[in-house]
Design a protein around this ligand. Structure first.
Ligand code: SAM
Length: 205
């Protein structure tokens, strides 16, 4: 099946620096992979970061995905940590639209993906561990577009980031392992984590 679309339905009230870095990364990687990326459910009051608007191919829609695909629900696969079926390369033939919750990860997870689940889209899981949204899109692309089975992808779970010489912090997520053996994170994310960790993490994920 040609041409995939990745939709992130923005579910937070704001679009802070963590989301910005994640969305910019999703937009760039989607464009490079010949796929479309749409950020949906964006209120007109929300000012989008220039860095995001500048990515070629990036689109934004004020409507929710249930409106966008009201007539075409069966084309859409919701990536859902509570789904009973894992995503497989064959799903790339069944679906051409992959839907994700635009939610920052939290620990323990609060299951805000349920807001999308109740709209009735077919769901698939990406394994048992919580991923950041950009990681979830990356893994979906590897499976549905590049046909790599979920279990053949190399991951880094809960990486420890050194903040300074006395402190480190554990990220409570699963990431894809890069060529250098390190977890793949959006450009600028490590610096942002270090900066924010000085304020205390609290609700930051
Ligand atoms: N704690 C979150 C929640 O409230 O549901 C998980 C949010 S996660 C950071 C953002 C999005 O990535 C989810 O809405 C889902 O679409 C996708 N995602 C992350 N991990 C996943 C997994 N293991 N399986 C399927 N989808 C996943």
């Amino acid at each position: 099946m040609a041409g995939k679309t990745y939709i992130v339905e923005h579910l937070d009230d704001e679009l802070g620096p963590w989301s910005e870095l994640e969305y910019v990364t999703i937009a760039k990687e989607s464009h490079e992979a010949g796929a479309k990326f749409c950020l949906s459910s964006v209120p007109s009051s929300l000012v989008l970061p220039e860095a995001l608007k500048a990515v070629p191919g990036f689109t934004v829609d004020g409507r929710s995905v249930e409106t966008l695909y009201a007539e075409d629900k069966s084309r859409v696969c919701l990536l859902d940590p509570s789904a009973t079926k894992e995503l497989s390369p064959e799903d790339g033939e069944t679906f051409d639209v992959f839907l994700f919750g635009g939610i920052l990860g939290d620990d323990p997870p609060r299951d805000r993906t349920s807001e999308l689940r109740k709209k009735g889209f077919e769901g698939r899981r990406l394994g048992p561990k919580q991923m950041t949204t950009d990681t979830a899109v990356r893994v979906t692309r590897l499976v549905a577009q590049e046909k790599i089975p979920l279990d053949d992808i190399q991951y880094v779970d809960y990486p420890e980031l050194r903040i300074n010489k006395n402190e480190s912090t554990e990220m409570p997520f699963r990431y894809v392992k890069g060529k250098n053996g390190q977890s793949i994170m959006p450009e600028g994310m490590i610096e942002l984590i270090k900066k924010d960790s000085e304020k205390g993490f609290g609700d930051l994920f």
